[in-house]
Design a protein around this ligand. Structure first.
Ligand code: HEM
Length: 369
């Protein structure tokens, strides 16, 4: 081996220049890679920071809060598997038995102090703690489809709905242009507006919306979507003044219901057929698809998210156990990237955070499940 490679031999002036040139080239390419990753070389490219700025333009900056689904509270309980999904997925969560869950109920939007109202999108997020340190995290909304099918469309929708400085309201022309460019969003919104709105969180159905793949012990995949269907009886939303008078009426009702009795949802898994779209969350699957009752989630404890068990959780939809895999839906990686940036921002702002709007004292369910 040539000892001069280790700097031990004499080096000519030309050799020094060549080496310095090589070091410079490496440094330039590293700087270039950072610039590319940061989006500085392609300002039109959508970045995590660009997405966060769009949320902040619409809803303002609220230090320490989630950039979306900002108003919420933590819950805990468990999932009891029925064993029925075990034939389709080898995930340990589907074997007969119980695993603990850490969840969060929230309202969509980046405003942590918004008043509860019937039409606001409600969400349930769950983190299943599996044996051996595995986890399954999922976030679900009470709408039948998602309004957009790509990160770019989500960004454009935020830009179109950000308030016009002159009026303080979104510019209707911008919204019109958005829907003209995204007919899929217009169609999805028709379905979203038609949904049955129930009286509260406890009797809402929460849908995962994105498709995933269950993988069985032999490696065979099945396309699925999932929903949490309430065991609590349905009741239609009433537009009574009591609802309008209490800014937190949806959360307060849920806290009272949990204090009275554990609240339960069935995990219904819908099995996709060959032509069902897995890469487009704006499109529903036909209503007659086979469903499996995979088990029951029981929520028996509620607490404020200030110091609560869900606060430091990023409900990233790509945190999946062996036996559940992502589909080809591009929203999944977009969500993962956006949630990670939102998490980093809010964790760094912890010291500046105002108390959350919903601050139940630790609430433990009475009664039996
Ligand atoms: C490109 C599309 C989307 C973007 C940019 C986006 C963005 C976000 C962000 C920034 C958060 C806050 C994350 C945190 O700080 O922990 C969030 C929360 C949430 N998102 Fe999305 N989201 C998208 C699509 C979806 C879809 C398709 C669903 C399907 C149900 C969904 C359901 C939820 C839920 C349930 C939460 C609340 C999680 C919690 O309580 O912590 N999102 N979203």
């Amino acid at each position: 081996m040539n000892p001069s490679w280790f700097g031990a031999g004499p080096v000519s002036r030309a050799g020094v220049l060549v080496r310095l040139g090589a070091i410079g080239a490496v440094m330039l390419s590293v700087a270039g890679a950072f610039a590319y990753t940061g989006g500085w070389l392609s300002p039109a490219r959508l970045t995590q920071d660009g997405m966060m700025a769009a949320f902040q333009d619409v809803d303002g900056i609220h230090a320490g809060f989630r950039r979306n689904h900002a108003k919420g509270m933590c819950v805990t309980g468990w999932f009891e598997s029925s064993g029925q999904a075990a034939a389709l997925s080898k995930a340990a969560v589907f074997r007969a038995g119980r695993v603990p869950v850490v969840g969060r109920f929230a309202l969509a939007g980046g405003m942590p102090f918004q008043a509860d109202a019937p039409a606001k999108v409600r969400s349930m997020a769950l983190r299943f703690l599996l044996p051996g340190g595995e986890e399954w995290r999922t976030g679900m909304n009470n709408i039948p489809v998602f309004p957009v099918n790509s990160a770019r469309a989500s960004y454009e929708q935020l830009l179109a709905s950000s308030p016009d400085p002159a009026t303080g309201k979104p510019d209707p022309e911008k919204m019109k242009a958005f829907f003209a460019a995204h007919p899929e969003a217009e169609q999805a919104l028709v379905l979203i507006k038609k949904r049955q709105i129930t009286s509260g969180f406890a009797n809402s159905t929460f849908n995962g919306l994105n498709a995933f793949r269950f993988v069985d012990a032999a490696g065979a995949p099945t396309s699925v979507r999932w929903s949490m269907v309430p065991v609590q009886p349905s009741a239609a939303e009433s537009a009574e003044p009591s609802a309008a008078g209490d800014k937190n009426y949806l959360f307060d009702a849920l806290i009272a219901q949990i204090a009275q009795h554990p609240q339960q949802w069935r995990l219904m898994v819908t099995i996709g057929e060959a032509d069902d779209p897995t890469n487009d969350a704006t499109l529903p699957w036909p209503a007659d698809r086979r469903q499996i009752d995979a088990g029951t989630v029981t929520i028996d404890h509620a607490s404020s998210e200030d110091g609560g068990p869900c606060t430091a959780v990023n409900y990233d939809p790509l945190v999946l156990p062996s036996g559940i895999e992502p589909s080809d839906d591009p929203l999944l990686s977009a969500r993962s990237a956006a949630y990670a940036r939102s998490f980093t921002l809010r964790a760094g702002e912890e010291g500046e955070k105002l108390p959350s709007a919903v601050t139940p004292q630790e609430v433990e369910a009475g009664g039996n499940s």
